[in-house]
Design a protein around this ligand. Sequence first.
Ligand SMILES: Cc1cc2nc3c(=O)[nH]c(=O)nc-3n(C[C@H](O)[C@H](O)[C@H](O)COP(=O)(O)OP(=O)(O)OC[C@H]3O[C@@H](n4cnc5c(N)ncnc54)[C@H](O)[C@@H]3O)c2cc1C
Length: 443
Amino acid sequence: MRTTAIIIGAGHAGLAMSRCLTEYAIDHVVFERGEVANSWKTERWDSLQLLTPNWMSRLPGYGYQGDDPDGYRTMPETIAFLEHYAEVSAAPIQTHTAVTSVRRCDDGYAVVTNRGDWHCRAIVLASGACNIASVPAFAEAMPSTVATLTSMAYRNPDQLEEGGVLVVGASASGIQIADEIHRSGRPVTLSVGEHVRAPRLYRGRDIQWWMEVAGIFDERYDNLENLARARRLPSIQLVGSATRRTLDLNALTDLGVKLVGRVVGISGGKAQFSGSLRNVCTLADLKMDRLLDTIDAWATTNGFDGEIDPPHRFPSTQVDASPPLGIDLQSGEIRTVVWATGYRPDYSWLDVPVFDLRGRVRHDGGVVDSPGMYIIGLPVLRCRRSTFIDGAGNDARYLSAHLASYLDNGNAMPESVRQRLLDRHRASDWHSNRHLYGTGVLL
Ligand SMILES: Cc1cc2nc3c(=O)[nH]c(=O)nc-3n(C[C@H](O)[C@H](O)[C@H](O)COP(=O)(O)OP(=O)(O)OC[C@H]3O[C@@H](n4cnc5c(N)ncnc54)[C@H](O)[C@@H]3O)c2cc1C
């Protein structure tokens, strides 16, 4: 079977891309191995609420319509939001269709699925950035008496045996899971490596509102001092909740969660922790203060100071004078280990030589190093906003224009089209009526 373009994945990024290709009247098909919003349906824990407020979900021709723009979607709400988007966009999705191979051929790509073979001229990889839970290799040395699971397999505390739990990783997933498990009555030890600390609310506004108005989300990939690092940055320690609470390490300590350093190895039935706990916490505190300095400067410059709460700073992260450097995993104190150590994409089906030495797809802002191939839905793809649902709109607009131009010309986007797109980007609803400030802050 033949079509002009194929999109792999019906998450928000694939749907945004489909909507844009429809606007260009480009014949295409979206292949989805599960159902629309498959990741949200099958790979997240039950109590998860988005850490981005409802207003931060603007997609091409679609956005939040309810009366709680500052609230945070539950999983069922997130799924319903994306299912409705697929429906109103009339996206040409083939569900339960897994792509098992993509190869380059003379005039495009040969795509093999579990339901037949296809040919297309252009292809969009929207298969997600978080397909596999990253777990350190030394996890294999875990004693068999300790149950293990990843943040992708975790659903709720009822899955776990009674007894102590070691949660490894203190970014958004780790702190949320540690909080929930500890509240279930199981004593939690949280292993803390590099993390990004931020309050939920600052001076009465959501931290992400501040990052939006201060222009931080709009920092472009080709302007960042250290793009590789920006793309590797752990998720911000935030939780979405009705009370809009801040869930940081101090809040967890107050609950009774014990903080230890990063797990650096497992040997002889013992987990070893790095001695760097104090340092990583001090660094995260320092970077948070730098972010708040940027926000305060923006507020002053833009005449907000009289209208909102005054600037203030949060207490430093409290760390024990000498936290333990190891724990005996065979003593019975720890019954379960939850690896919340991040996620990575799965391109095992991509048989095109576009990978760098670390196995990442080589691309320039989503334009892959193979003619007519695009990628969307990766952190900081074209700007910091790309990391979130909210970023896929602009990324899809740019990449669909590039793709349309490729189909017309068989080569790169002409300067006139590029300029028109940039103008449209600047004039689009969420880029108007505000002044950019404070770009360059390193999160
Ligand atoms: C725990 C967690 C919490 C997050 N919270 C937020 C948040 O609060 N706010 C926010 O904006 N972002 C959040 N994100 C980040 C981001 O929005 C998600 O990672 C999002 O799911 C990425 O969207 P996507 O469309 O790129 O990928 P996905 O939603 O993962 O969609 C990719 C789709 O491709 C399909 N697929 C993959 N391989 C194949 C194949 N070979 N053949 C066919 N189909 C395939 C998958 O089934 C999936 O449906 C979170 C991410 C995680 C992991």
